[in-house]
Design a binder for this molecule. Structure first.
Ligand code: SAH
Length: 255
């Protein structure tokens, strides 16, 4: 157009692809499970601000089976079905390629190592795995990418644990129907250790441990003659005393 100048902006190469601090790759037969939870609140913001990225991989996209089958009966007999190693192996290889490619030219292995960052960690959810706690979450937060494999049915062909993954994680001594909830739990516990994930307001607890909190009204009366009060010290305005009280009441998390 006449009069209009064409403006060409040259982005430096390193700006053309800014890698986020953590990539989660989830391998699952139910990718939709993650949509609603990850599109709210802190997860939503963290993805928008490129602090984390989440990619779900539908296990059925990786099977060599014509009917998109990913499970089969266990050798030796017994009830239920087992997720097969073939599609899981292929999905993990794909996620690994994706993970390293997306780190792009901006984060070389040397840079990652220098920052104390390791690269990719592959995790299988299993009732026999190492129990998740704050320490484990903090350790996992140091990676650039986590590949999370969600089991289903009676579990996963044991060769996945033996040859494909770096570790197995359990979120507690109970049996769930799949690894999808464990994946969300791990992602949230890990993300809270990633710089920028928590807003200033939410980070209070991480700094001071977890202590009881109260809000208005000062006195709540559920019925006549009953009064549930806020501890007076919190209304005193004496910040030093309040801090002391909180420290006394607070349980520090393991990490
Ligand atoms: N028969 C298996 C249970 C399989 S449950 C057993 O007794 O161990 C199906 C899948 O759900 C598992 O493969 C695992 O990926 C996931 N899962 C169930 N409970 C879990 C837990 N407490 N922690 C982590 N993953 C779990």
């Amino acid at each position: 157009m006449t009069g209009d100048k064409e403006i060409i902006i040259f982005f430096p190469r390193y700006l053309s692809h800014v890698p986020c601090r953590m990539q989660f790759h989830i391998i699952t037969i139910f990718p939709e499970i993650f949509d609603s939870y990850l599109n709210e609140s802190l997860f939503k913001r963290a993805q928008k601000e490129k602090i984390i990225s989440v990619k779900t991989h539908d296990l059925r996209d990786f099977t060599d089976d014509r009917h998109r089958k990913v499970d089969d009966r266990p050798f030796g007999g017994g009830p239920g079905m087992v997720l097969q190693i073939q599609p899981i192996y292929k999905a993990v290889e794909f996620a690994k390629r994706h993970a390293t490619r997306d780190m792009g030219s901006t984060v070389t292995k040397a840079m990652a190592d220098k920052q104390g960052k390791k690269k990719v960690r592959t995790i299988l959810f299993s009732t026999r795995g190492k129990k998740l706690d704050a320490r484990v979450a903090q350790r996992l937060a140091k990676y650039n990418s986590l590949i999370l494999i969600c089991g289903r049915y009676e579990g996963v062909d044991e060769r996945v644990a033996d040859h494909v993954v770096d570790e197995e994680i359990s979120i507690g001594d109970y049996v769930l129907s799949g690894g999808e909830l464990p994946a969300l739990v791990v992602m949230e516990a890990v993300s809270r250790f990633i710089p920028g994930f928590l807003g200033k307001e939410e980070s209070l607890e991480e700094v001071n441990g977890s202590f009881p909190t109260y809000s208005r009204p000062e006195i709540f009366s559920p019925k006549k003659g009953k009064k549930w009060k806020v501890p007076p010290i919190l209304l005193s305005g004496d910040h030093k005393k309040i801090e002391e009280w909180r420290r006394m009441k607070g349980e520090r998390s393991e990490a």
